[in-house]
Design a protein around this ligand. Structure first.
Ligand SMILES: NC(=O)c1ccc[n+]([C@@H]2O[C@H](COP(=O)([O-])OP(=O)(O)OC[C@H]3O[C@@H](n4cnc5c(N)ncnc54)[C@H](O)[C@@H]3O)[C@@H](O)[C@H]2O)c1
Length: 320
């Protein structure tokens, strides 16, 4: 079996490619290396350096490699940036998906697996949040992911391919030093960078209606996310799932202060922090119900919060 992976040189994509290889699935990566790095792509996996918005280049890749399916991860993911530059996010995230879906239709590719996000829920009305709950994204990034799910549904209705959208919650951790998240905006890399520089971490918002006043998220290990992709890809290929939206989270929340304490415990010294106002578009608490993905794919998270934090620290230390 052969799958095309867009964004396969990125943090999550590289873990997905490694997991697919372990499952004996052949991969081809398309990535423009805007935030990804070629060194993350395993030796022997073809890396096509191209912009996924370039319809001709994407179609040519599908024609040449004839994949059984595509995993579309290539996108921009910075919530604050999406609020400052919404049209850039609509263009980058949706033009890329449109080009991929056009290539899928042109080549008769059978399966599409899409990187969606818990950001589609906005501020969930209940916790844990389930896939059928209201989707009211609070920022442009989340709206591009929700529109992406609609595009998939519409294109599949006319195009005859199977699809699944994985709504990842907060992805963290790493399986190897060269695979770690170097992105600037996610909490765990931000905390580790502050610790490394010896400066206080910034806590945005201490007046949320949560137990300690800071925002609560569902942190999930990137290796578990990669495992969900392998299971979903195999299930799509076998026609065991189709047209599915699935949460990928542990079903347990941790607040920003709990994460700061966990990082401090793992480092063996407390992590100082400063308090700042809430950021626009940041909901109070977002925790997944993982019941559906468990039922459909037999997936469950194998790494707990401690494993997530210690793997991040270990990989930063080894890479230094
Ligand atoms: N990290 C998280 O917590 C999280 C949560 C939910 C959803 N997601 C989604 O998962 C996907 C991967 O995120 P990540 O954390 O690995 O980010 P990342 O920035 O590390 O990876 C994105 C990859 O896509 C590539 N890319 C971006 N735009 C491209 C384009 N136009 N053409 C070709 N390649 C392009 C980048 O070079 C990079 O390698 C994204 O779609 C993101 O929205 C991430």
């Amino acid at each position: 079996m052969r799958w095309l992976v867009t964004g396969g040189a990125g943090y999550i994509g590289a873990h997905v490619v490694a997991a697919l290889q372990e499952a004996a699935v052949e991969c081809i990566v398309i990535d423009d290396l805007s935030t990804g790095r070629a060194a993350r792509v395993p030796f022997g996996v073809p890396l096509l350096r191209a912009d996924v918005r370039d319809g001709a280049a994407v179609r040519e890749a599908f024609r040449r490699h004839r994949p059984d399916g595509v995993i579309h991860l290539a996108a921009r993911k910075d919530v604050a940036e999406s609020t400052a530059h919404p049209l850039r996010y609509y263009q980058d995230n949706l033009d890329g998906l449109r080009a991929v879906l056009a290539a899928v239709a042109a080549t008769g590719t059978r399966s599409v697996l899409f990187s969606s996000s818990a950001a589609v829920y906005g501020t969930p009305r209940r916790s844990p949040v389930r896939e059928q709950d209201a989707t009211e994204p609070a920022n442009a990034y989340g709206r591009t992911k929700l529109i992406g799910e609609w595009m998939l549904r519409d294109a599949a209705a006319g195009g005859g391919f199977r699809w699944a959208a994985l709504r990842y919650f907060n992805v963290a951790g790493a399986a190897a030093p060269h695979l770690r998240d170097e992105g600037g905006s996610n909490l765990v890399p931000r905390l580790l960078r502050a610790a490394e520089l010896g400066i206080p971490a910034t806590v945005y918002g201490t007046d949320y209606p949560t137990a300690d006043g800071t925002a609560v998220r569902d942190y999930v290990h990137v290796a578990d996310i990669a495992d969900a992709h392998v299971r979903a890809a195999l299930a799509l290929a076998a026609d065991e799932v189709r047209d599915e939206v699935l949460n990928v989270g542990r079903g347990e929340g941790a607040s920003v202060l709990q994460m700061i304490a966990a990082v401090g415990r793992a480092l063996g010294r407390p992590l100082p922090y400063d308090e700042a106002p809430r950021r626009t578009g940041d909901p109070a608490a977002v925790v997944a119900s993982p019941a559906r993905i468990r039922a459909r794919l037999g997936w469950r998270a194998r790494h707990n919060l401690h494993a997530i934090v210690t793997s991040s620290i270990a990989e930063v230390a080894k890479a230094a």
